[in-house]
Design a binder for this molecule. Structure first.
Ligand code: KG4
Ligand code: ZN
Length: 363
């Protein structure tokens, strides 16, 4: 069976075709990063409107790329949540509309299940059971995956997600949205040992995480650095209007007045702190659960240091292997949704909807 899949939970419109026998057939993506960049973060209303603009052309594109017509499609899958309510409704409505028009069943897919199964899009594929480290902008979880639909949550973040920690600390350093890749790039020029940052919950006897303390430590350090930069004379103009509250643009300008090397050192130290905790907990969970395969999924899985440090840590664990999704499937995409639907159908675990009454679950 061939499944048409839609992803529209946040700021990427993804459309893909996957086959239950042949795997992924075609996929197309439009990223809204440039559009939201101007605002320093995702603007939900703009995200929904842009999904509406992109989804039909992208659908035509994947059908043409795969050389398929509507007659070849057997089911329509879409991200049912979590994500932005309005954005999710675009994908869900379009999925239901085309399914209704063509007499097809629909299948709502959990966004995190899409991420979780995306490493199976790469060769070699990890086999079940495996441990998954799911690190995205909204979630940080360690899960035991015994099969399709068999997920056991072992630990998660108590506050910010790992991607959120990257994004928020990057913003404090005056970096553009999305912060993760920008911070990782700046970190390459920095010395991680130049600044000492906390590794929250590194030694707690569980698989949970906490990143808000790290964010506070970075904020404190940036305040010291911006104050020092202001004393160097850069801030004299600002003092004249010191009675006004700082705008986001003021904050970014103040951050950018800090010498590049100091910001790069802080970026390197921040990345090292986040990665250290992720690696330590994932490796410990893998050993404790007696598993050998670790699968990394979600946007932060694109981080080079995380990839390198996990490989390094697992080199000393007997028979251990680590699997990553192809880089293009780390961040949000339609391929993982169509593909997860195909895997669910193959596993006999697809709950089809044929009456086209639907809802989305933002949380
Ligand atoms: O999975 P994703 O695309 O969206 C969610 O479902 O949240 O993840 C996006 C997150 C953002 O926080 C982004 O900053 C982060 O992944 N990210 C990275 C990198 N690439 C994306 N974080 C660190 N290093 C990267 N190279
Ligand atoms: Zn995601």
């Amino acid at each position: 069976m061939i499944i048409l899949g839609f992803e529209s939970s946040c700021d990427e419109t993804g459309v893909a075709l996957a086959c239950t026998e042949r795997g992924l057939l075609a996929h197309a993506l439009h990223s809204q990063i440039a559009m939201h960049g101007e605002y320093g973060g995702v603007v939900p209303e703009l995200a929904s409107r842009d999904h509406i603009r992109r989804v039909v052309p992208l659908t035509r594109q994947v059908l043409a790329e795969a050389g398929l017509s509507w007659r070849d499609i057997g089911a329509v899958a879409y991200t049912a949540g979590p994500g932005l309510g309005g954005a999710l409704l675009v994908g869900a409505s379009v999925a239901q509309a085309v399914a209704w028009a063509h007499g097809l069943p629909t299948l709502g897919i959990h966004h995190l299940e899409g991420h979780l199964l995306s490493p199976l899009l790469a060769e070699p594929q990890p086999t079940f059971p495996f441990l998954a480290l799911l690190v995205s902008g909204g979630h940080t979880q360690i899960m035991k995956v015994s099969g399709v639909g068999e997920y056991e949550l072992l630990g998660e973040t108590l506050d910010d997600a790992a991607g959120e920690a990257f994004d928020k600390t990057a913003k404090l350093m005056g970096l553009p949205y999305p912060g993760g890749p920008a911070l990782a790039a700046l970190a390459e020029q920095g010395n991680e040992h130049a600044v000492q940052l906390p590794r929250p919950m590194l030694h707690s006897h569980d698989y949970d995480f906490s990143f808000s303390g790290l964010k506070t430590a970075v904020l404190t350090r940036m305040r010291q650095l911006t104050a020092a930069a202001a004393q160097e004379g850069e801030g004299s103009r600002r003092e004249a209007v010191a009675s006004l509250p700082p705008t986001p643009a003021d904050t970014a300008a103040a951050a950018l007045a800090v010498p590049l090397q100091a910001r790069a050192d802080l970026a390197a130290a921040t990345q090292a702190a986040i990665v250290d905790v992720l690696v330590a907990k994932a490796v410990r969970a893998l050993k404790d659960e007696g598993l050998t395969r670790l699968v990394v999924a979600g946007g932060v899985g694109a981080n080079k240091r995380l990839r390198h440090k996990l490989q390094e840590a697992l080199a000393s664990v007997r028979n251990a292997e680590v699997f990553f999704p192809p880089l293009e499937f780390c961040t949000d995409n339609g391929a993982m949704i169509a593909f997860a639907a195909a895997l669910r159908i193959n596993a006999g675990k697809a709950q089809f909807n044929t009456d086209h009454a639907f809802t989305v679950r933002p949380r």
